[in-house]
Design a protein around this ligand. Structure first.
Ligand code: ZN
Length: 207
């Protein structure tokens, strides 16, 4: 084993795996480590995002590993490709959560972009702006909060949107919940897009 192997393997086991319910709707995101445990306990099967074939733990271990790359967990006796998607065997419910209003979720909703001037900037150059200022009864809610850069925040000051003459890029709505709402785009796998609720709807419309 290479000296750097344990560290790399730890990171890989902590990587995100998408969990689908029995009807192939995404329900949440777990770690590769937990996903492998669930598959080992036969609570779920591993999905190949390309072929959509499903595998038990034993079947998955028998699969030829992909070319030498960063997605394989190796131990002296076994070599496993980290699953990107798993399918639960006995769970049908579709979660119906609301996106919780948190600072982090607001940054994700507004994509780290000032909602007045459209500038995408460093986190410490952005702040949460109350569209109707708190001092004038504005609430701390999805509908009354947006990200603003330092310049726009100063320009708007303690005025209402109308008084300030500023415009919002888009309506500040509550984002729809998705299983990966609280993951940064870089933590999401490309293969998950096939299973996104939007994709489901598009397929249903055209199919
Ligand atoms: Zn701005």
């Amino acid at each position: 084993m290479l000296p750097c192997e344990p560290a790399r393997r730890t990171n890989l086991l902590d990587r995100a795996t998408l969990v689908l319910n029995r009807s192939w709707s995404p329900v949440h995101v777990t770690t590769v480590r937990r996903a492998l445990c669930m598959v080992f306990r036969e609570a779920a099967r591993i999905v190949s995002p390309e072929s959509l074939m499903t595998f038990t733990f034993d079947e998955w271990v028998q699969q030829p590993a992909p070319s030498e790359d960063a997605h394989t967990i190796r131990s002296p006796s076994v070599r496993i490709t980290a699953p990107e998607v798993i399918l639960l065997n006995h769970y049908d419910r579709v979660p119906c959560h609301e996106a919780p209003f948190t600072r982090r979720n607001l940054f994700l909703r507004d994509d780290f972009t000032c909602q007045y001037c459209g500038r995408r900037t460093a986190t410490d150059r952005l702040s949460v702006d109350h569209i109707m200022p708190r001092s004038r009864g504005g609430t701390t809610t999805w509908e009354n909060c947006v990200l603003a850069c330092v310049a726009c925040n100063a320009r708007k000051a303690d005025r209402s949107l109308k008084e300030s003459g500023l415009r919002l890029l888009r309506p500040p709505v509550r984002p729809r919940w998705t299983p990966y709402l609280n993951l940064r785009p870089s933590q999401r796998m490309d293969s998950w897009s096939r299973f996104s609720p939007e994709h489901h709807r598009r397929s249903a419309r055209h199919g």
